[in-house]
Design a protein around this ligand. Structure first.
Ligand code: FAD
Length: 459
């Protein structure tokens, strides 16, 4: 059996690429190791609550996202976050303080001291660093320690479950880094960048709408999988690959049976540690770099409460907790406050996050211990008077790849291998952004690239 394109990994990246190529008449096959499509994306309805194991929402930043949902028949299934999601909170001294979203709000907020605000105002007067910096180094240098502690640190926990002391600002926050590189500062860059962005079709992240689907995020991979039909093979774990004169051969095991499959092009859309295993015999140095990418564990604890259990029902997107506050959860989403259908009438669903780079061992506690810990923290912070009526713990042991210092070198090594082995491609969330929207955009871009290459230089 020989396909035009073989994709290893049926997470959202691999599925979107497979679907996009299929739409253009390409003979494509996706091999997925597990019994269901979607990778870290999975939603479940339990006891009247709709819970997520992976992403809860994503940002709609591109028209291409809407086009994709339209062609999958998902436009009517989109569930946008309500306006209340614009209210986000940070915990400081046991109090939730709303994150300021305007200059006026920033000047008035008790989240930062007057000294910290003056320090932020002096941002344009700081020069550039000579070498690659961590996010923490970059923010301390430009904006000061307090801004790092009470704005960036919790934000990084919310996006990467990461640690600003290890993430590379250039690789993990390339837009932020670009403001300094391009305009000499963040304040000036934000101001000038707005004018430039108006000329581009993309929506700025601060203005983009947050979405999920009526049945949860899982609707997206399930729709992609159903369109792929027999082009998606589940329970098929690839364990070896070999370049051929005019393509690739992959060995995989499906339900205990050894098989091989050949293709003209091969796309690795598996996590970095799996790509590392597959590449060991082909490029040991790149395999080592891929293996070194940290993937901390994350647990999501969904807690359902009667609305009467709250002194004030939770309204807003949720809250994040700076490391300095010394709590054992990273934060919580007020899921039922901003998305429809997450809890039955009279109930609220909170989704709390535990672990990440900050406290990896906590994410690995047993389920009852995690549920108790999450309830203890949220009931203290939100003054909840009752026990939850529902608790569900989901754990992902290797959750989110961290773009740490040196990540850029690894990307260059990937590019060099792609160059030396035409027809081999890497597509996964350790390259080009971890957000679901980035994964969709990268898959659509790679599909276009493969189609261009096929028409100009057939492999
Ligand atoms: C807990 C959590 C919360 C998140 N929250 C958000 C959020 O709110 N918003 C947002 O935008 N993003 C969020 N993300 C990030 C986003 O969901 C992911 O980056 C994205 O889903 C990754 O997709 P992927 O296809 O690149 O990788 P994966 O989902 O990891 O898919 C890789 C696939 O490869 C398969 N595979 C592995 N080995 C093999 C093999 N040998 N052979 C065949 N198949 C194999 C795996 O089974 C898996 O299905 C979150 C992620 C996590 C984990």
């Amino acid at each position: 059996m020989r396909y035009d394109v073989l994709i290893l990994g049926g997470g959202i990246s691999g599925l979107t690429l497979g679907y996009s190529l299929l739409q253009e008449g390409v003979d494509v096959c996706v091999l997925e190791a597990s019994a269901r499509p979607g990778g870290t994306i999975w939603s479940e309805r339990k006891e009247g609550f709709l819970i997520e194991h992976g992403p809860n929402t994503a940002l709609l930043t591109k028209q291409a996202h809407l086009d994709l949902f339209q062609s999958l028949g998902l436009r009517e299934r989109l569930a946008f976050a309500s306006e209340t999601a614009n209210h986000r909170f940070i915990l400081k001294d046991r109090r939730l303080i709303e994150l300021p979203m305007s200059l006026r709000a920033f000047l008035k907020t008790p989240l930062f001291s007057a000294k910290a605000k003056v320090r932020v105002a002096l941002e344009p007067f700081h020069g550039r660093a000579a070498q690659e910096e961590t996010l923490a180094e970059f923010v301390k240098r430009r904006l000061g320690q307090e801004f790092l502690d009470y704005a960036i640190d919790p934000f990084v926990s919310g996006v990467y479950a990461g640690d600003p002391e290890t993430l590379s600002v250039r690789e993990a926050f390339s837009k932020l880094y670009g403001l300094e590189a391009r305009y000499g500062g963040l304040v000036l860059g934000t101001f000038l960048g707005v004018r430039e962005r108006k000329k581009r079709p993309d929506v700025a992240k601060v203005k983009a709408r947050l979405f999920s689907f009526l049945g949860g995020m899982v609707e997206l991979p399930l729709a992609l999988a159903s369109h792929l039909g027999n082009g998606l093979v589940l329970k098929a774990a690839a364990h070896g690959l070999r370049p051929l004169r005019d393509g690739f051969e992959v060995s995989f095991r499906q339900q205990g049976v050894e098989q091989t499959i050949a293709s003209k092009r091969l796309v690795l859309s598996v996590p970095a540690y799996e790509a590392s295993r597959l590449l060991k015999g082909l490029n040991a140095s790149l395999a080592q770099k891929l293996q070194a990418i940290p993937y901390p564990p994350v647990a999501q604890v969904a807690l359902g409460y009667r609305l009467n259990a709250f002194e004030r029902s939770p309204e807003g997107f949720g809250f994040l907790i700076p490391k300095r506050e010394g709590r054992s959860i990273l934060g919580a989403l007020f899921s039922s406050s901003f998305l429809p259908g997450r809890a039955s009438e009279g109930f609220a669903l909170l989704t709390t996050f535990v672990g990440g780079m900050r406290a990896p061992s906590l994410a690995l506690l047993e389920a009852n211990g995690l549920a108790d810990l999450a309830h203890k923290e949220v009931s203290d912070i939100l003054r909840i008077k009752e026990e939850p009526t529902f608790a569900h713990v989901g754990k992902i042991e290797r959750a989110i790849p961290q773009y740490t210092l040196g990540h850029g070198e690894m990307i260059k090594a990937i590019e060099a291998l792609e160059h030396s082995l035409p027809g081999l491609h890497f597509l996964a969330n350790y390259r080009g952004g971890i957000a679901l929207g980035d994964c969709l955009a990268n898959a659509v871009d790679l599909s276009a690239k493969i189609l261009r290459q096929r028409s100009s230089r057939p492999v």
